[in-house]
Each structure stands twice: as structure tokens, then as C-alpha cells.
Design a protein around this ligand. Structure first.
Ligand code: GDP
Length: 407
């Protein structure tokens, strides 16, 4: 990975019917579009563009356990995190490879039973989260109430970064409380972002909400507290830094809103994912060293370390088993042998695939922090693979108490 700081491994979780699938498709659509445009600029003949147009007509569907998209110089791996009642160890495994998550709730129902279950899991694995309030267009939408229930039921300090412009069928866009602009989403698929001055009627309430946001953030920064006491305008860099650090430390959850259905608010959500959720460098991952009485070791997300990866999802495909892996340190290389520390067997990686929203790309190697699909190995989920010479297990660290969902 060229710059690990620009990588995000995230999941999108929700109670069933909150719009998780629709939202994920929108994210793939916008970020996938960027990917294609870059391809064309990179010397393609435009054929990809036509393909994209087709894709646009058909709508992109998620079929993969992990999909890679690009957004503003960042790479985002979106890991499928099933949120249904069949809550199993499989789901847990998909949660533990995440560095951050988007918790989707609806503007009408707010926090529901499955939201609580998933949130509890994420807390257990220390996964920082953003909250996206979806379905702002629905009758009965009440984002303010939802924000209160997020705080009460999830015990998160919710920090709204936006103020809605209109509600229910009149939901038009949002006021960005960071830049203090009105943001509208034009075009049939909400593809164009139009920024304008805040409508007169909302100027005062936007000012108050921004003040509220800054006061909430000042609890995590003496520097900001001093600036506010002196009634000065804090620099944007400082606000972004506090938002990021407090989110990564799981002290706050930034809140965004929109409608996946009508494509309003997706681009600001992508911005928030890259701005506030952590990169693999921001998290400590530990393993057990089986050669040293299972002593704890902290894995180093660097390419020049011995390779350590965990298989978190197996998918049977017509052409064989595809194993989704997260690489925690070192580089995973095609053609190399690695050691399965559970079974004691060596396995050769015959192919490494990066899964984009509409194509699979064969790659030669993948670096620390990344998530890829590999072929040619036989294993179970939860298995750890290592370079020769080391013998670590990731699973035992996390396989703490079993989780039973009673909701
Ligand atoms: P999932 O079960 O969480 O994956 O939810 P889906 O994406 O399948 O959406 C459930 C239903 O809600 C579908 O009928 C969607 O069309 C609808 N839906 C999704 N997002 C929105 C939204 O922003 N507003 C409205 N009104 N409906 C939505």
C-alpha cells in the first residue's frame, strides 16, 4: 500500500430495512464512478465510460464480502457486515477486520434492536463509528429525536455535523455545519453537489447548531475551549483534527443525514468516512505468539515485516473457494507459501483479487492493512496465515465470550 494513511476498512451496519443495501449501492455508485473516471483519464479509450453508463442504468449491486472503492485519493474497502438476527461467529469475524463503521438508522424508527446488537459488538472490538440518519424524506422523520436516542440507547456522544434543509417530502439538502454552506444534491441520481449560502430562515439556527457542535468538541481539546472562551473563530484544521481524534477514540460519533433512496447526502458521508474514520495505522492489533507461550504481540502494519493475515470469510464460487483476508502486517504475495497456524499446513496463494464494484482485478501482491480475496488455499474462517518462521494466532485474542442475541 503506497500510503496506509489513505486506506479505510469500513463496514455499513443497520437494522433490517433501514436502507443499508440502498446506501451501500449509492456509495459504490459514486465512488465507483470516480474509479472509472480515473481509469479513462489514465489512458483508457473511453470504453470503460460506456460500461459505466450501462452500470448506471442497471444499478450496481453488492455481491461481494469486501469491495474496494476510491474516494478523493483514498481507498475504501467496504466489508459486508450482515446485521440480521442470525448473528453468528461469522458476523463477529467480519466486524473484527473493520477499522471503522457507519451505523445506519432511519429518521423515523431511530435506534432499533439490531442497531443495539451491532453497536455492542462494535464497542467490544473497539470500532469507531459514524451515524447516518437515513430516510429523511419519510413522513414522521425526526432527526433530533433520533440523535437523542442514539445518545441514550447507544451511550454515544452524538455530534451532528449537519442541519437538514426541509424535512419529510420537503427534505432538500443539508447545511454543512463545518463549512457553513447549504448543500443540495441535483440531478436524477443526486450526482451533483451544489453549494450555496445558507437560506435566510436557517442562518440563526445553523449558527446555534454549529456553536453546539464546537462546544461538544471543546470537551476533548483545551485549545478549542480557549478559542471559544475568547470568542474567536477556531481554524478548520483544528476542528477536523478533534473530530477525527475523538471519533477514533470512540468518544464521539459524528452524525450525518440524508436519503439513500433519493441520493441526498451520500457524498458528504464519503467525505466523513475518509476524514474521521481511522486508517489501519491508527489501531493496535494484537496476536498470540504460539512459539512463545502465547505471549501477546502487537502487529506492525508495515510491508517489510513478516506476513500475518486472517481469513474472515469464505465464499464458494463456481471456480473454487474464495477466501477474504485481512493482512495485518507484511505483504501477501501471489505464488508464495504461507503457514496456516491452526492446521499446521502450508498453502500456496495462486491468485490475489481486488474486488471493485463491477470487476475483479488480479494483483500480484497486497500490503499491510489491506483486505483482498485470495484463491488456492483451503482453510476455515478465523484461521491465521503467517510467513515461515513465525507462528501467530489472531483468533484466540478475540474469541472471548460468545455472543447471544436475545433481541
Ligand atoms: P436494508 O434491509 O437495510 O438493506 O434496506 P434496503 O436498502 O433494502 O431498503 C429497505 C427499503 O427502504 C427499500 O424499500 C428501499 O427502497 C427503502 N429506502 C431505502 N432508503 C430510503 C430512503 O432514504 N428513503 C425512503 N423513503 N426509503 C428508503
Amino acid at each position: 500500500m503506497d500510503n496506509l494513511r489513505d486506506l479505510r476498512n469500513i463496514g455499513i451496519s443497520a437494522h433490517i430495512d433501514s436502507g443499508k443495501t440502498t446506501l451501500t449501492e449509492r456509495v459504490l455508485y459514486y465512488a465507483g464512478k470516480i474509479h472509472k473516471i480515473e481509469d479513462v483519464r489514465g489512458g483508457g479509450d473511453g470504453a470503460k465510460m460506456d460500461h459505466m453508463e450501462l452500470e448506471k442504468e442497471r444499478g450496481i449491486t453488492i455481491t461481494s464480502a469486501a469491495t474496494t472503492v476510491a474516494w478523493k485519493d483514498h481507498k475504501i474497502n467496504i466489508i459486508d457486515t450482515p446485521g440480521h438476527v442470525d448473528f453468528t461467529v461469522e458476523v463477529e469475524r467480519s466486524l473484527r477486520v473493520l477499522d471503522g463503521a457507519v451505523l445506519v438508522v432511519t429518521a423515523v424508527e431511530g435506534v432499533q434492536s439490531q442497531t443495539l446488537t451491532v453497536d455492542r459488538q462494535m464497542k467490544r472490538y473497539g470500532v469507531p463509528r459514524l451515524v447516518f440518519i437515513n430516510k429523511m424524506d419519510r413522513t414522521g422523520a425526526n432527526p433530533q429525536k433520533v440523535i437523542e436516542t442514539v445518545e441514550q440507547k447507544l451511550g454515544l456522544t452524538a455530534v451532528p455535523l449537519q442541519l437538514p434543509i426541509g424535512l419529510e417530502m420537503n427534505f432538500e439538502g443539508i447545511v454543512d455545519l463545518l463549512s457553513m454552506e447549504a448543500v443540495y444534491f441535483d440531478g436524477e441520481k443526486g450526482e451533483t453537489v451544489r453549494r450555496e449560502p445558507i437560506p435566510e430562515a436557517l442562518v440563526e439556527v445553523a449558527r446555534q447548531r454549529r456553536q453546539g457542535m464546537l462546544e461538544a468538541l471543546s470537551l476533548y481539546s483545551d485549545e478549542l475551549m480557549t478559542i471559544l472562551l475568547e470568542e474567536e473563530e477556531p481554524p478548520m484544521d483544528l476542528i477536523l483534527k478533534i473530530l477525527r481524534e475523538a471519533t477514533v477514540a470512540q468518544q464521539i460519533a459524528p452524525v450525518l443525514m440524508g436519503t439513500a433512496y433519493k441520493n441526498k447526502g451520500i457524498q458528504p458521508l464519503l467525505d466523513a468516512i475518509v476524514n474521521f474514520l481511522p486508517s489501519p495505522l491508527d489501531r493496535d492489533v494484537k496476536a498470540r505468539d504460539n512459539l512463545d507461550e502465547q505471549a501477546e504481540v502487537v502487529l506492525q502494519p508495515k510491508d517489510d515485516e513478516p506476513m500475518v493475515a486472517m481469513a474472515f470469510k469464505l465464499v464458494e464460487e463456481p471456480f473454487g473457494q474464495v477466501t477474504y483476508m485481512r493482512i495485518y502486517q507484511g505483504m501477501l504475495k501471489k505464488g508464495e507459501f504461507y503457514y496456516n497456524t491452526r492446521s499446521g499446513k502450508r498453502a500456496r496463494i495462486s491468485r490475489i483479487l481486488r474486488v471493485h464494484s463491477d470487476e475483479r482485478e488480479d494483483i500480484e501482491a497486497a500490503g499491510a492493512g489491506d483486505i483482498v480475496a485470495v484463491m488456492g488455499i483451503d482453510c476455515a474462517t478465523g484461521d491465521t496465515f503467517c510467513s515461515e518462521g513465525i507462528n501467530y494466532s489472531l483468533e484466540s485474542i478475540y474469541a472471548a465470550e460468545p455472543v447471544i442475541d436475545l433481541s
